[in-house]
Design a protein around this ligand. Structure first.
Ligand code: SF4
Length: 339
């Protein structure tokens, strides 16, 4: 849809504040076993845009700061949380705290948990053969993180270590702010708002999963008068599933070509050739996706296509967060899209 109205400017997107549970040692409190606080730039950058719920499970089960280290020990198939220096077994305390905390949490959109911790680590945490001796017999999640993953699933939970990678961080933020929007929709109770959400996320979903896009279209279109809450719950599950893995270059190019199709007939030959050349550079890894997106967005403004301008693909989370410096494993800093 290209309307020949007066040129628009790029719309200012407003985002609801996601509710984000975070390990308290990540910038909030010096509550690690050795009294340290972990520096993590993302925590500061996110602060104006989210509602934080910091928690330190080990302090909550009564361990002091500083404290002797704890570890996970294999007990058959079960993981136990023990403090070798004192012989304390904290398993029941931690499991009890985790259940009570999550029961009382209310609405939540995501979790950022400290990596490698026997309480908060989401995976790859060492599980030892014994409290005092014995090597690593397997790896798994910390006890608090395991309770989070069991209740909420892996799709809204991320490990702070992984979030230091630009691509993973962008992927997480995309999901986080979309989830907050879906939670906000629950308050309106209107199917029309869900239809609008789906329309705005069409090209983002197409980039992630064409099959997911179609399945979600059916959820929105064929609800048959089902209660809104049930439709929204089904949509949310499908949406997070569709965003399980980051899009490939090929699917991003497919989406860019789709959007280009909205404008191609209006453009001059030179512009069309230029777009093809830029797409080739993106395909070869010489340009970030954001460069192609900016080009398309500028045409959407020029031709007054508010449908394209409204696409979450262009701004899936607050612009200020996209300018965070890369960790060195991704691309240059600046507004970017995945991949
Ligand atoms: S990793 Fe979790 S339990 Fe350990 S200090 Fe941080 S918040 Fe507390």
């Amino acid at each position: 849809m290209i309307r020949s109205t007066a040129p628009l400017s790029a719309p200012v997107r407003e985002f609801p504040k996601p509710v984000l549970v975070i390990s308290e040692c990540l910038e909030f409190e010096p509550c690690r076993y050795n009294g340290a606080r972990i520096h993590f730039d993302l925590v500061h950058a996110l602060a104006p845009h989210v509602e934080y719920c910091p928690v330190c499970p080990e302090v909550q089960v009564g361990l002091g700061v500083p404290r002797d280290p704890i570890r996970i020990v294999a007990d058959g198939g079960r993981n136990r949380l023990v403090q070798p220096s004192t012989g304390l077994d904290l398993t029941e305390d931690m499991e009890g705290f985790s259940a009570r905390y999550l029961d009382g949490l209310g609405e939540v959109d995501g979790f950022i948990l400290k990596s490698r911790s026997p309480s908060c680590g989401t995976g790859s945490v060492k599980v030892f053969a014994g409290a005092d001796a014995g090597g690593v017999v397997r790896r798994g999640a910390g006890l608090f993180a395991a309770a989070v993953l069991e209740r909420y699933g892996p799709l809204v939970v991320e490990d702070e270590g992984r979030l230091r990678n630009h691509r993973i961080r962008e992927h997480f933020l995309t999901k986080l702010f979309a989830t907050a929007r879906l939670r906000q929709l629950a308050r309106t109770g209107r199917i029309a708002d869900l239809v609008r959400f789906h329309a705005a996320y069409k090209f983002l979903l197409l980039a992630y999963s064409e099959r997911g896009l179609r399945a979600l279209g059916r959820v929105v279109g064929n609800h048959g008068g089902d209660p809104f809450d049930a439709v929204l719950a089904e949509y949310r599950t499908g949406f997070l599933g569709a965003l399980e893995t980051t899009p490939s270059y090929a699917s991003m190019i497919n989406v860019f070509q789709h959007i280009f199709g909205f404008f191609s007939r209006e453009l001059g030959r030179g512009e069309r050739v230029h777009f093809g050349g830029q797409l080739d550079r993106y395909r070869e890894g010489q340009l970030p996706a954001s460069a192609i997106a900016l080009l398309l967005e500028s045409w959407a403004i020029r031709f007054g296509s508010d449908y394209i301008l409204d696409q979450a693909l262009f701004v899936p989370f607050p612009v200020a967060l996209a300018s965070l410096a890369d960790s060195g494993k991704g691309r240059a800093a600046g507004r970017s899209l995945t991949p």
